[in-house]
Design a protein around this ligand. Structure first.
Ligand code: KG4
Ligand code: ZN
Length: 406
């Protein structure tokens, strides 16, 4: 039989957090501790009902996985296991709080890497039982979407574009617990493709990019582009009148162009093509065009069905790739044409973190939503799938004009 205390032997030090002060019990607001371990970041944050971050801690494995050329699920799980207790107690220390002062514990239960999810969920269960705190299961993608409401005044319903190393989707957010999925990637997410292409270009050999995730390195290199139009990429799924995404064709086209240039310059080993900045800018533009075109169709569909009000329409962009300023500005161009306010959380909250999990917990408790099942669900879909409704609407979409230099 599974023994909690045996499994969490290294975590039993948490017992020390017992001499708590009564002062915090006087808190008027709900305070939630959020735990995130769905992929490669171990995150914890304590957030109150007004959206104040009382304490926060994050242990990122990005650089470790960069060295391995992608996320290794076994390494990720091991790092979560070694770090979770430290990360949670750091967040509590920063908040000058004890677990007893918290009203509830929110934890990512879905979707994500099974081994990674399991560490966070077991640890959250352990402290929830030990300190008799309510456990609030959280859907990672919903948390990415809802956290924008902590920073901006955004009413339901709104449109969200979630772009990261693990996901790519468009959804209509009707309420805290009511999401409609409009489109999703049919192959890889954009972050994964940007990372692979950065690696293939050997951007890591350029010292100033060596500590950056691939997507960020491509963004930085693209800033130095002179002739980005020298490279052209196809617009993915141009004939499919839906909001789904596909990035694998762009990756293939990218590798073809890069290989051609390497041959042209007779390059071998770790050498980098002289046109690297232009290639980065052209590739980033191709990703931006695809994201914008699918977002345009989502907006057309929502208008056709009157699923959004005519005034105060908002597009929330979140996930690690939302940190990209060029992509964000391209989405703002969409906003100008379609009359949407385009917003994103701060960069450290676009990537995986504990704040969004704690905030989602606050939103669930505030609304009194029914709690989800507490089991982990690595492949959990997001809300009600209405992708076929979008397809049936058969809407033609002409891409808005995007600029290389904003
Ligand atoms: O949301 P995230 O931290 O983790 C998940 O994948 O869930 O996103 C990580 C991804 C990586 O693929 C990374 O290359 C990408 O976000 N990323 C960026 C930028 N910063 C991080 N992509 C493009 N431009 C950036 N500035
Ligand atoms: Zn994420």
């Amino acid at each position: 039989m599974f023994s909690l205390s045996k499994y969490f032997k290294p975590y039993l030090k948490i017992n020390k957090i017992n001499n708590f002060s009564n002062s915090m019990l006087l808190l008027k607001h709900t305070v939630v501790l959020g735990i995130e371990t769905s992929c490669d970041d171990t995150g914890c944050a304590i957030v109150d009902e007004s959206g104040r971050i009382l304490g926060e801690s994050l242990n990122s494995q990005t650089l470790i996985h960069l060295r391995h050329g992608g996320i290794n699920p076994i390494i990720a799980r091991e790092f979560h296991r070694n770090n979770i207790e430290k990360v949670v107690s750091n967040a509590l220390d920063k908040a000058s709080m004890k677990i007893e002062d918290i009203n509830a514990i929110a934890v990512t239960t879905k979707p994500g890497l099974p081994g990674s999810l399991e560490i966070g969920v077991k640890y959250a269960n352990y402290i929830s039982q030990k300190y008799n705190k309510m456990l609030v299961p959280i859907h990672h993608m919903k948390a990415h979407a809802l956290v924008a409401r902590m920073y901006n005044n955004i009413d339901f319903p709104f449109l969200v574009l979630l772009i990261s190393g693990g996901h790519c989707l468009l959804a209509l957010v009707n309420d805290v617990d009511n999401f409609h999925l409009l489109g999703q990637t049919i192959d890889n997410p954009p972050g994964e493709i940007l990372d692979k292409c950065a690696r293939r270009m050997k951007l890591r050999n350029i010292p100033k990019y060596s500590h950056m995730p691939g997507g960020q390195a491509i963004e930085m290199a693209a800033l130095n582009a002179k002739n980005p139009t020298d490279f052209t990429f196809p617009l993915p799924l141009a004939r499919n009148r839906d909001c789904n995404f596909s990035f694998s064709g762009l990756q293939d086209a990218f590798i073809r162009l890069l290989t051609m240039k390497e041959k042209e310059h007779n390059l071998m080993g770790d050498n980098i093509i002289p046109e690297v900045n232009d290639l980065c800018a052209a590739f980033q533009m191709a990703v931006a065009k695809h994201l914008v075109q699918r977002t345009q169709r989502a907006a057309q569909f929502l208008e056709l069905k009157s699923y959004l009000p005519n005034e105060n329409k908002t597009l929330v962009v979140s996930g690690g790739v939302a940190c990209n300023n060029f992509i964000f500005k391209s989405l703002e161009t969409f906003g100008t044409h379609y009359n949407y306010k385009v917003v994103r959380p701060p960069p450290n909250v676009c990537t995986d973190n504990g704040v969004m999990i704690a905030w989602n917990g606050i939103e669930i408790l505030r609304k009194g939503c029914q709690l989800d099942n507490k089991e982990i669900d690595p492949k959990a879909p997001l809300g009600k799938n209405i992708i076929d409704q979008v397809k049936l609407s058969n809407l033609p979409t002409k891409l808005v004009k995007l600029k290389y230099f904003y």
